[in-house]
Design a protein around this ligand. Sequence first.
Ligand SMILES: Cc1ncc(COP(=O)(O)O)c(C=O)c1O
Length: 473
Amino acid sequence: MATIKKIYWHLIFVCFFVIHGVFVPSVLAKTPQICNSQKDLKQVKLPVKNYNSILEKPILNVMNELNELPIRFPNAISLASGRPSDKFCQPESSISAINTFINYTKKNSSIPVNRLLGQYGKTSGIINEIIAKHLLIDENIKVKPENIILTVGFQEAAALCAMTLFNKNDVLLVPDPIFIGIAGIATLYGIHIESIPYEDSLNINDIQGVIEKVRKAGKTVKAMYVISDFSNPQGSSLSLQDRKTLLAIAKKNSFLILEDNAYSMFRYEGEKIPSIKSLDDSGIVIYLGTFAKTLYPALRVGYIIVDQDIINQNGVLVPLIDEMKKVKSFLTVNTPALDQAIVAGILLNNEYSLIQFNEEKRKYYVYNRDVMVQSLSEEFAGYKNITWNIPHGGFFLIVNLPFNFTQEMLEECASSYNVIVFPESLLSLYQNTNNRIRLAFTNVPADEIKIAITRFANFVKNKMQANNIDKQL
Ligand SMILES: Cc1ncc(COP(=O)(O)O)c(C=O)c1O
């Protein structure tokens, strides 16, 4: 009996090896092997004239560079890009949001769920009513659902403006330096851009002069892009007076304002300032929104509010939004329905408001900002020629150095000092090297912010010493 038992156990043992030693590798052997070596690939060399030469403009490298810096310098702490903290990106919780939206749809819509979430969808979106309620509650913006298009992030909303609004002689005004998303898209579409200087605040008094210059050149200002709250890169906001002045200038000169309010929910001090859209009684503001910071960036959901009519080529008044829908129908067809369902579900679960929903994030970011400011104060105590702003919200602050910070310095700082910081000049249309650095405080935990600022300070101090720059100057 004992021998039979032994044989039995031997058989089980052998079967185990047969299964795991022979069967499993044969399955693995069927896994396609991707080609990792350049020499196995056939290189096709196209003549240079076969691609769009606009892509050679340096400003179009910046977005990729920002995303790739942490990959190129894996040991460095990155203060370069304005991402929300990883800990607040919670895609797992989105499944229940989809279910909330499905239940809501079953009660409120005659469209079957499989069609609504599974088919090609309405170009303008499927959650417009929910977004309109959210905007009324959180931003005091009154908008009809049919005046909203759900977009693939802010970026598609900007592309819709670029492709719908501008003719050959039309000009876009932008503050400079500026969020690279808008400068990049306008450049790609060959739009003529004129800049309004924005150092610590927007030089509102310069706008009229730039408009005259554009007119003299036989062109027309069609729109101006602005970030009303906690701008990228400067971290500052337009005052209420500036918002009203801008509206008056736009009205007088018949151009549109493209308002981007990506950071409005992240205010750390002071009273909320009304958005330009909510102050607009002449219908000249197009509002571009995103859930990249308030929910999470991978969702790629944003929206655009367009409630203007325009005169078409035949002299007929048509809703501008209809023209934008035409463009979107060929650009992305529709914004992914499941992503919209996640946004809608979260809004439904939170009574249409994201203020309380974002309270933990807001507290985390304000703490991080304070740690960064405190670390800068400690590291640069006695350095009168090194200054920084303390933003009342948003994701960034700016440090002014007593020397110009080049792109080579970015590389040196990252490779030798293990910290990635971002020169503001790379976010300018002119990309002239200057002394200003943008630091993001949202994506790195406070203890790492302290280490990163010490490393950055060591770099700065060594550079000053090497160039005989006195700290008291
Ligand atoms: C000013 C500004 N607008 C919009 C966005 C977000 O754009 P998206 O929705 O395309 O991620 C960002 C992100 O960095 C930003 O800084």
